[in-house]
Design a binder for this molecule. Structure first.
Ligand code: SF4
Length: 460
């Protein structure tokens, strides 16, 4: 939940998720779960009410490929990402489809998965491009209870119990990175320490809570890399893409003694990023960083640095907090929603998070190097479109995670090799990203109507 007093929490930026999309899968899952509890209380005596869900904007256009309807079925059934561990959205939705209803505690709600989720792409006047309206209706079709939710990026929500959309927007510009860096310098603390203090003062979370969360996220990230490097099946959906991480990794090991176009570290980061992005595309368990579509970048970069430099897990933990700080600045002052600002808000944001975290991990100073690394990484993603082919988080998303990881390492390296500040500040780039995103035609904001999605050129 977004508070009006602080940057978004590390618990919001890095959190357990199921793929393939944070805004189109994870957000609707959470909205459906929240709605189900309230709808059960409002359900009429003498017969269950029926749940109807209307999806608008980007959710209507790419929701099928992003499994939005299946996520809604699981959320109405009480599942969150943790409860889904070991079960797929397909499994749960098959049961819901067969039953034609969901059970919430002791109350049943009628829900026909094929009829009661309406993809309404015609609606144009929307407060947010990812808008969902959940209704509970009686037998005569009368609305008993209605709630509107907005999936604002990274699985974060506004509406319902999640706070007002306007409140999230009112945060823009209130918490700049430069203010935080100045504060860190005044207090003589680093960014990770700043995050600890913010979690305590703004969200009431102890240092132990934050540590436990960061450790859990790192362990989930590592598990996603491991699974991704072993799997060799075909990804779900119309493209029938074979996974590549396993074979890429095998070839990388074979060719290790020979010449590499990239450094072995950069090649490995690419492969790890693809491994996690493929897990996400398969609907697997990942961690938003800051979104599902971009979830491979940060774990890939941190894993490579840990392997090559031998970082301790507590150092990785602090680097995750720094990454989260970078992501929360972007979420608060611009957007991490592909539907709002294109892929610059997803892979661009992930690359900035990873660059800042790597610069921090390698001893960079808060002002000159961490900030600069994040700025440099994001700068080169300005204007990046979101154009998922067939509405699936596969092409260009999977390889884009690899590109984001290599860019992050490059930005961190340049920042560490550089001396003082830069002509452009991180805050300046974040603001530019927001304005550029608002200028992007809707075809390039997760609608699958422009770019590669509009004119795929399959190899023969
Ligand atoms: S193109 Fe980027 S923003 Fe769009 S779905 Fe893929 S990863 Fe997400």
């Amino acid at each position: 939940m977004t508070t009006s007093s602080a940057l978004p929490s590390v618990f919001e930026i890095l959190k357990p998720a199921v793929g393939p999309s944070s805004s189109h899968t994870l957000g609707p899952l959470a909205a459906a779960r929240e709605f189900a509890g309230r709808a059960a209380a409002a359900s009429p005596e003498g017969g269950p009410g029926r749940v109807r869900v209307d999806l608008y904007g980007s959710l209507a256009l790419t929701g099928r490929g992003h499994l939005t309807d299946l996520a809604i079925a699981a959320g109405l059934s009480g599942y969150g990402p943790r409860e889904l561990a070991g079960r797929s959205l397909d499994d749960v939705s098959r049961e819901v489809r067969a039953a034609g209803r969901v059970r919430v505690d002791r109350t049943e709600l009628l829900f026909d998965l094929d009829r009661d989720v309406v993809f309404d792409a015609a609606q144009r006047e929307l407060a947010h491009p990812n808008t969902m309206r959940f209704s509970l209706v009686d037998r005569a079709g009368g609305i008993l209870f209605l709630e509107t939710y907005y999936s604002i990026g990274g699985g974060r929500l506004a509406g319902g119990a999640f706070g007002e959309l306007q409140a999230a927007r009112d945060e823009r510009g209130k918490h700049t990175a430069s203010d935080v860096v100045t504060e860190c310098e005044r207090l003589g603390i680093d960014l990770a320490e700043y995050v600890y203090r913010t979690e305590e003062t703004a969200y009431g979370r102890s240092r132990a809570d934050v540590d436990a969360h960061a450790d859990e996220m790192w362990s989930l990230m590592q598990a996603a890399v491991e699974r991704g490097l072993k799997a060799d099946d075909v990804l779900p959906g119309s493209l029938h893409l074979e996974r590549r991480a396993r074979s890429l990794y095998a070839r990388f090991l074979e060719q290790l003694p020979h010449f590499h176009v990239l450094s072995p570290e950069a090649s490995l980061a690419s492969i790890y990023a693809i491994a996690v992005a493929e897990e996400n595309a398969a609907g697997g368990a990942v961690v938003t960083a800051p979104t599902c579509g971009s979830c491979g970048v940060l774990p890939a970069c941190l894993r490579v640095v840990q392997e090559k430099k031998g970082c301790r897990d507590d150092e990785i933990r602090r680097a995750l907090l720094v990454a989260s700080f970078v992501g929360s600045c972007i979420a608060a002052n611009a957007s991490i929603s592909g539907a709002e600002v294109g892929c610059q808000g997803e892979v661009g944001a992930a690359s900035a998070m990873a660059a800042g975290a790597v610069a921090y991990l390698l001893g960079g100073s808060v002002h000159d190097q961490v900030d600069r690394a994040a700025e440099s990484a994001l700068e080169h993603y300005l204007g990046l479109t979101c154009d998922p082919v067939d509405g699936l988080v596969q092409i260009p998303c999977i390889e884009r995670n690899a590109a984001g990881a290599v860019s992050a390492l490059n930005a961190a390296s340049l920042a560490l090799l550089s001396g003082g500040g830069d002509h452009v500040s991180f805050d300046g780039v974040v603001d530019t990203m927001w304005r550029t995103g608002r200028d992007l035609d809707a075809r390039y904001r997760e609608t699958a109507q422009g770019g590669l999605a509009a004119k795929p050129s399959p190899r023969s």
